[in-house]
Design a protein around this ligand. Structure first.
Ligand SMILES: [Zn+2]
Length: 417
């Protein structure tokens, strides 16, 4: 049984890698087509060529990185790397929680070390080459350290809790783990802007002036009351703009990137905000939270079944089954299922984007503001205007610019009828 599982894991890794490379290639081939007529004004010929070059370079870059990760995973599997690491941590400690934390901590460190040169190249060569990067080497290093500490703190806490629950309540472990993960994600949702964002960025209240007046007026008209309206110094790292909401209920805050305020006109900022308010009013955040809970429940339930069988640990050449090896083996086998649940969540997310766009167009009283804002933001970030449909279906959480523009134009045509 465990030999069969071993080959299934290997097959999954190979198929995943081939699928990923193939989709990237399809996407690159789709680049040769001309600008869609609806988007002619987004780029001039030179900028269009630059946007294609940007997609080309980034795709090749991520394909190269995935070759390295693929080779590493296959070597770890075929040369018993996971079993070796397991022996090491079992010699270091007799406590299952400590073993689990050491095991995943070291794996995380290994993958972080491998991806570090890629991150440096991406930030200081690719992004800088296209004029996006504003990250100084100092910010890069401090970001990296903070990210790793947060990852270890939160990841360690969750993993430690799961191992502990498993030891205590073998059979119903998945229910406790689900409760733990759900509470933890709720905590992050509520305290994201107060606890996490200030570690990386400066958040300041939006200064009085025409932008603030327009936003307050718009929020009042759409019946959206917020706790605070703040600006984040996104320009510290990148020239790309964005906006988001954080918090629940009465503690909602609107956060705008300084790049968004500096680069867009007031009607465009309001349209982007209208889109975000649309997500809120249509309860998209709540819906995606519930979907995530359901898919976590499915995953944890299957995990609890698999942990009962020693074959899952033995598939990774570990004869004495334990929690962390069972968890890793399950994680590898589960990846096709998570690809499928990911497809559904992308479909759901793209639908929500169209709805939020429609809400914004209605709230602004016209669809042109949002259309122009989307085009300007896309032009600024050198968005690929002609991604391959299959690539979009698998990887995009947002519809393409063309699809969004067409949907807004259709809504406008229906209104004027
Ligand atoms: Zn959205």
């Amino acid at each position: 049984m465990h030999t069969v599982l071993f080959y299934i894991i290997l097959l999954i890794i190979v198929c995943d890698f081939i699928g990923d490379q193939w989709l990237g290639m399809l996407n690159l081939r789709a680049l040769s087509t001309g600008i869609p007529p609806e988007l002619r004004h987004v780029y001039n010929a030179e900028e269009y060529a630059r946007s294609q070059e940007y997609t080309r370079i980034r795709t090749r870059f991520s394909q190269t990185e995935s070759v390295l990760v693929f080779v590493l995973m296959v070597c770890m599997l075929c040369f018993n790397g996971f079993a070796w690491l397991n022996d090491l941590v079992c010699r270091w400690s007799g406590n299952e929680i400590v073993r689990c934390l050491l095991f995943f901590g070291m794996l995380d460190l290994l993958f972080n070390v491998i991806s570090l040169p890629f991150e440096i190249y991406n930030t200081f060569v690719i992004e800088a080459g296209f004029g996006f990067n504003r990250t100084s080497p100092r910010t890069f290093v401090s970001d990296k350290i903070k990210n790793m500490l947060l990852e270890w703190l939160f990841g360690g806490l969750l993993l430690g809790l799961m191992t502990w629950f498993y030891g205590l309540t073998n059979r119903f472990f998945w229910i406790y783990a689900l409760a733990g993960i759900t509470l933890f994600s709720l905590f992050i949702t509520v305290f994201y802007t107060t606890l996490i964002v200030p570690l990386f960025n400066r958040l300041e209240p939006l200064a009085d002036g025409p932008v603030k007046d327009a936003i307050s007026d718009f929020a009042r008209r759409t019946g959206f009351d917020f706790h605070s309206l703040r600006v984040i110094d996104g320009s510290k790292r990148s020239s790309k703009g964005n906006a988001f909401f954080s918090g629940l209920g009465k503690r909602k805050s609107i956060v705008l990137y300084d790049t968004l305020i500096n680069d867009l006109d007031i009607p465009h900022i309001i349209a982007v905000l209208g889109h975000e308010i649309g997500h809120y009013r249509m309860k998209h955040i709540r819906k995606s939270f519930i979907i995530a809970c359901c898919s976590n429940a499915l995953m944890l339930f299957l995990l609890s079944l698999c942990l009962k069988s020693p074959a899952f640990s033995q598939a990774l050449q570990v004869n004495e089954p334990n929690f962390h090896i069972g968890l890793l083996s399950f994680g590898l086998l589960y990846s096709p299922v998570s690809t499928i649940t990911g497809l559904f969540s992308n479909i759901q997310s793209r639908r929500a984007e169209f709805q939020a766009d429609a809400f914004a167009a209605e709230a602004c009283g016209n669809s042109d503001d949002l259309k122009d804002a989307l085009c300007r933001l896309s032009a600024q970030s050198l968005t690929n205007l002609t991604p391959h449909p299959l690539y979009v279906f698998v990887n995009y959480s947002h519809p393409t610019l063309l699809q969004r523009v067409q949907a807004l134009q259709n809504a406008k045509a229906r209104e004027s009828q």
